[in-house]
Design a protein around this ligand. Structure first.
Ligand code: FAD
Length: 470
C-alpha cells in the first residue's frame, strides 16, 4: 500500500468539501479530497440541482397543459405530452455539466482528487479503497495529513416499518423516475416532500401527502404556509394531516396509515416517496474511532467548525441543521481560510432558507414570533403581491413580503416571503440583514419598476407607516 501526505485532507466532495478544497487550493494549501461517488455530493447529483430541474420541467408541462382549456391570456393549444426519460436525460445533462465543472475547478486549483471510500484510521491518517477510476486502479492508499476536514454530508432517513426498495423510494430515486406513477403517496410534508410531490402532480400523477403534524411545512409560520396550502388544494393534492404511516399496504401497493380520526386506512398507490428528513452521515467510515463530541447524531463543532479533536474539522450536513448547501459552502470556505492563517468565525447574521414549492417560500433571520421569543421588541409589516403590478402581469398575485425590525432603531432582523419566484429575493434579504440595514435604508432605496422587488421596499415603508401602494 502506498502512503501519501498532504496538509489538508477532505473527506467528501459535496458543496462543503469541494468549496473548502477550491479555497484551500487558492490559498496555496496542499490539499487532497476523497470522494466515493460523484463530485458535487448530494446537492449537485441528487439534491438541490436535480430537484429544481424536475420542478422546472413539471412547471413547464403544467403551464402547457393549462393552455388546453380556457386561458385568461387567450392562449389555446392542444393537450401536451411528456417523455419523462427525455426530461430525466435533460436533468442529468445539467448535473453532468456542473459536476464536470467542479472537477475542472479542483484541478485548476491543484487539488488532488482521490476517488474511493475513505476510512479514518486516526485523526491524521485515512485509508482510501480506491475505485477503479482512481489513479492507482483500485489499490488502497493511505493518506497522512496535518488537518482532516470531515464533509461526509447526510442521507435520507429510512422508516424501519417502510424500508426503501421497490415502490418505496427516497428523494434520490424520485429525481430519476422511469415513469410518472398513477398515484404517488408522499410521506412527510417538509420542503423536499412538497417540492417533489408538487412536481409529480404537475407531471400528471395523483398525489397524496401524509403528514403527522397539523399542517404542511410545519417548520414555517402559519401565514407563510397558507398560500402554499391553498395552491396544493387547487392542484388537487390530497393532504392527510395529523396522520401517521404504519407500514406498507397488505398487498404491497401503497401504505397503511392512521388518519386524524384514529382510524386505520389503506392508501393504494403505485409509488411511495418517503421524505421524512435527512440525518448526518456518521457511519461506515471509522468516525466513531475518533470519539468526537457529538450533538445528537451530528458532529459537534464550534464557531470555527473545529471538532473536539485538534485539527479535525467538520462542516455541512454532518454537523446537523440547518442542512443547506450554502451553509456547507460558507463553512468550507471559512475552514480553508482559518487553516491558511486568517481570522474567521462562522457567525452569519442571516442564513436564508428557501422552499421551491408553488408558490415559493423564503425565510431569512427572525420571524415575528422568533423575535418575541428572543425578547426583542420588534415591529413587522407585510406587503401583498396582490398590490404589486409585476405580480399581476405574471399571474402571480398570491403571497406577500414581510419584514421584521427592531422597534428602537429600525434595524432589520428578519424577512419572510411567499410568492412566485421569491427565491430570487433572498439575496436582497440576506444582504440587508448582513449589512445591518434599517427600514429607512430599504424604504429609501430606489427599486426598479415593475418588479416583485418593489414589494420589499413597500414592506419596509409600511413598517414605517407610509407604504405608497396600499
Ligand atoms: P453532501 O452534499 O451530502 O456531500 C457529501 C459527500 O461525501 C457525498 O458526495 C458522499 O459520497 C461523500 N462521502 C461520504 N462519506 C464518504 C467517505 N467515507 N469516503 C468518501 N466519500 C464520502 N439545500 C439547499 O441549500 N437548497 C436546496 O434547494 C436543497 N434542495 C435539496 C433537495 C433534495 C432532494 C435534497 C436531498 C437535499 C437538498 N438540499 C438543499 C440539501 C443539500 O443538498 C445539502 O445541504 C448539501 O448537499 C450538504 O452538503 P455537504 O457537503 O455537507 O454534503
Amino acid at each position: 500500500m502506498t502512503t501519501q501526505s498532504t496538509t489538508l485532507l477532505i473527506i467528501g466532495g459535496g458543496p462543503g468539501g469541494y468549496v473548502a478544497a477550491i479555497r484551500a487550493g487558492q490559498l496555496g494549501i496542499p490539499t487532497m479530497l476523497v470522494e466515493a461517488e460523484e463530485l458535487g455530493g448530494t446537492c449537485l447529483n441528487i439534491g438541490c440541482i436535480p430537484s429544481k430541474a424536475l420542478i422546472h420541467a413539471a412547471d413547464a408541462f403544467h403551464q402547457a397543459a393549462s393552455y388546453s382549456g380556457e386561458s385568461a391570456l387567450g392562449i389555446r393549444a392542444g393537450a401536451p405530452s411528456i417523455d419523462v426519460n427525455k426530461t430525466v436525460g435533460w436533468k442529468d445533462g445539467i448535473v453532468k455539466r456542473l459536476t464536470g465543472g467542479v472537477g475542472t475547478l479542483l484541478k485548476k486549483n491543484k487539488v488532488k482528487v482521490v476517488r474511493g471510500w475513505a476510512t479514518i484510521l486516526d485523526g491524521k491518517t485515512v485509508e482510501v479503497r480506491q475505485t477503479a477510476q482512481g489513479d492507482n486502479d483500485g489499490e488502497p492508499v493511505r493518506i497522512r495529513c496535518e488537518h482532516l476536514l470531515l464533509a461526509t454530508g447526510s442521507q435520507p432517513v429510512e422508516l424501519p416499518f417502510l424500508p426503501f426498495g421497490g415502490a418505496v423510494v427516497s428523494s434520490t430515486e424520485a429525481l430519476s423516475p422511469a415513469s410518472v406513477p398513477e398515484h404517488l403517496v408522499v410521506v412527510g410534508a417538509g420542503y423536499i416532500g412538497l417540492e417533489l410531490g408538487t412536481a409529480y402532480r404537475k407531471l400528471g400523477a395523483r398525489v397524496s401527502v401524509v403528514e403527522a403534524a397539523g399542517r404542511v411545512l410545519p417548520a414555517y409560520d402559519d401565514e407563510l404556509v397558507k398560500p402554499v396550502a391553498a395552491s396544493l388544494e387547487r392542484l388537487g393534492i390530497e393532504l392527510h394531516l395529523e396522520s401517521s404511516v404504519l407500514g406498507p399496504a397488505a398487498d404491497g401497493q401503497g401504505v397503511r396509515m392512521k388518519n386524524a380520526g384514529g382510524e386505520e386506512v389503506t392508501l393504494a398507490a403505485d409509488r411511495v416517496l418517503v421524505a421524512v428528513g435527512r440525518r448526518p452521515r456518521t457511519e461506515g467510515f471509522g468516525l466513531e474511532s475518533l470519539l468526537l463530541d457529538m450533538n445528537g447524531r451530528a458532529v459537534r463543532i464550534d464557531n470555527q467548525c473545529r471538532t473536539s479533536m485538534r485539527n479535525v474539522w467538520a462542516i455541512g450536513d454532518l454537523t446537523g441543521e440547518p442542512m443547506l448547501a450554502h451553509r456547507a459552502m460558507a463553512q468550507g470556505e471559512m475552514v480553508a481560510e482559518i487553516i491558511a492563517g486568517k481570522r474567521r468565525h462562522f457567525m452569519p447574521a442571516a442564513m436564508p432558507a428557501v422552499c421551491f414549492t408553488d408558490p415559493e417560500v423564503v425565510v431569512v433571520g427572525l420571524s415575528p414570533q422568533e423575535a418575541v421569543r428572543q425578547g426583542l421588541d420588534c415591529l413587522s409589516a407585510s406587503f401583498p403581491f396582490a398590490a404589486n403590478g409585476r405580480a399581476m402581469t405574471l399571474e402571480a398575485t398570491d403571497g406577500f413580503v414581510r419584514v421584521v425590525a427592531r422597534k428602537d432603531n429600525h434595524v432589520i432582523v428578519g424577512w419572510q416571503a411567499v410568492g412566485a419566484a421569491v427565491s430570487e429575493l433572498s439575496a436582497a434579504f440576506s444582504q440587508s440583514i448582513e449589512m445591518g440595514a434599517q427600514l429607512e435604508d430599504i424604504g429609501g432605496t430606489i427599486h426598479a419598476h415593475p418588479t416583485l422587488g418593489e414589494a420589499v421596499q413597500e414592506a419596509a415603508l409600511r413598517a414605517l407607516g407610509h407604504a405608497l401602494h396600499i
